[in-house]
Design a binder for this molecule. Sequence first.
Ligand code: GLC
Length: 651
Amino acid sequence: MIRKYRIGNPIATDSVVKEIPVEQDNIPYFERNDEAKELTFSLDKDDKVFGLGETVRGMNKRGWLYTSNNSDEPNHTENKHSLYASQNFFVVFSKVRQFGVYVDNPGRVSLDVGYTSLDKLIISFEDFDADVYIVEGKSVIDIVAEFRGIIGQSYIPPRWAFGFGQSRWSYMTADEVREVADRYKEAGIPLDMIYLDIDYMERYKDFTVDESAFPEFPKFVDEMKARGIHLVPIIDAGVKIEEGYDVYEEGVEKGYFVKKENGENLVAAVWPGRVHFPDFLNDKARAWFGNKYKVLLDQGIDGFWNDMNEPAIFYTEDHLNEVFDQLEEYKGKNLDIKSFFEFKELVGSIDNYPEDYKRFYHDYKGKKIRHDKVHNIFGYNMTRAAGEAFEKLSPDKRILMFSRSSYIGMHRYGGIWHGDNHSWWAHLLLNIQQMPAVNMCGFLYTGADIGGFGSDTTEDLVLRWTAFGIFTPLFRNHSAMGTRRQEMYRFDSVNVFRNFVRLRYALIPYLYSEFMKAALGDKMLFKPLCFEYDDDRSAQVEDQLLLGESIMLAPVYTQNASGRYVYLPEDMKLVRMRAFDDYDEEVMSAGDHYVEAGLDEILVFIRKGHVLPLTTPEKGLSDGDYDMTYICYEADPDSYELYTDDGVSRL
Ligand code: GLC
C-alpha cells in the first residue's frame, strides 16, 4: 500500500507516474518539525536501512549523512556526502516491521541515517516542500515492487548492450579505435562496443565529429558495425559558445539556454571553455536538444552516454571575474596563516562553486525557477530529452543510453554508470554494494568503470573487477586520461580475460532473462542476502549478492587474497568457473566457508531448486537459438524460464 503526503508546495519532478491522492493526516512513522524543516524517525536497534541508490558506504546505510545534491565528485571516498545522483528512496526494516519512504523534492535534501544521533533518522530540507510517499508491504521485496510500480517501467537497452564495451578517455582517432578492435580480435576477446569520449568531437562541441581525426564518420561507423562493434559517443551538457555553431546559434535565437536573473544567458565553462546550458527543464528546449541526437543517429550511431550533467561547472564567467578582482588584494602581500588559507580557498573555489548554482533560472512548467531549487533533476531531464526524442526518432528500435547524473524518474529513459571511481580495491567493493541500492530506485541498466577510472590500475584489480563486472548489465572497462592503460590485451593474463569475457557472453541468456523479468515485473536484479533470507547473519553480509532467481555471487575484492570467506544462508552448489566450458561443481552446506578463488576463477553459487542456463559465447547475443547447458541444483532444467525476444524492438 502506498500513501502520499504533501509538505508545503513541492515542485513537481514527474518521477512518479501514477496518480495517488494526497492524504490529509500526519505522515506515519515520522515526527514533523516545521521550524527545523525536518522529519524524524526513531530507529530501533535492529532496524536496517537500505536504498538511497548511488551513494558512498555500505549496503545498510545506517551511520552516515547522505546529502542529495548532485555533484561532479571524482573522489568517492567515505567522507563524502554527495555523489552524482539523488535517489531518495529507502526501506527501513527489521523482523518486526518494514516500510519504504520516497522523498520527492528536486532540491537539496539531507538524509541523516543515525549520523547525528545513532538511533535517529532525520530527513531535513532546504525548502520544506515535498511529496513524501510511505510504502508498506509484506516484505522488503514487496515494498520495492510497490514503489517501482508507481515510478514507471525501467529503461530497457538493446540486447547488444549486454556485450562487452571498451572505453578510454579518449581514443583520439579512428585509427586508434581500429587498433583497439584489432587487438581485441587478435586476443580472441569478444567486443561489442567501443566508446568515444570527448575527443571525437570538433573542439568539444556536442553533435559534431572532428573530421580530421574521424574522417568520413558514417563510413567509419558502418565499417565498425560490419565488425560487430557499436560506437557509443559521449554527449556533454554544456553547449560551446562559438559563432557559426548551429546548436549554439539556435539555442540563443530560440531562448533555450538557462538564464541569469537579468535575462542574459549564463556563461559557464566546461571542456570546450565557455558554454551555455540548455534548459532541459523547459519542454520546448528539451524537445529541441533531444532532436539533435538525430545528427548522430543519422550517421549510424545507436547508443550514447550523457555526461557532466549535474551540471559540472569548471567556472562561471561571473565568479571567475569576482575571483580575479579579489586576487588583486593578495598581490605582493605576505600571506600569513589566515590569508594564505583564504587565498587558497578562493582559487580552489572556482569549480562547482555552490553560489554559481543560484545564479541561473529555468523556465519549468510555466514558472521561472532558480536552479538550486530543481538542481537534482537537471541531468534527469537531459537524459529525458534524449529518451523522449528516441521514441520519435527511432520508434521501432531501442537506443542505448546511460547518464552520469540522475534522479528517480530518469530510470525510465536510461541507465547510469557509477561515475569517476578509482582503481582502488575499495571501489570494487563499492560497486558491489551500490548495485542493489540503484536497483531499488529503478535503475537496472548500470555498471561501474571496470578496472577503475582514475589512478593507475593493476592487473589483479582488473581481473577481479572483471570477474564481478561480467555480471553487471553495463559491462565496460573505462579509464581516465593520464592513467595506466587497461585494455585487457595489454596484460599477461590475456587468456584469463578471454575466458572471463567469453563466460559473460555465455551468461547473457540468463542475465538478459533476469534483467527483462526485473524490468517488466518491477523487480530487483541484484539483492542483498537479507532481502530473501531472514536469518541474522544474512543481515550482516555486505559483500555478497543475489543475482536474479538462481545465483549468489561472492566476489573477491581484496588484493593478494587467494580466496574469501563466504556465508551460505542455505545449502548451495558452488560452481567454480574458469571458463564457460571449464568448471567444477560442489555442493556446500549452509554456514561459513573459506573458499579458494584464484585470479583465474569466478565463484558462482546456485541456490537450491534453481538452474543456471549457459550457452556458448558465440550464441550469447542471439535471438534465442541457444546451445544450452543447464547447471542445476536439485532442479529440473525445464523449470527455468528463459526470456527471449529480438533484442531491439521497443516494448
Ligand atoms: C568525466 C566522465 C568520464 C569521462 C571524462 C571525459 O569525468 O565521468 O567518464 O571520461 O569526463 O569526458
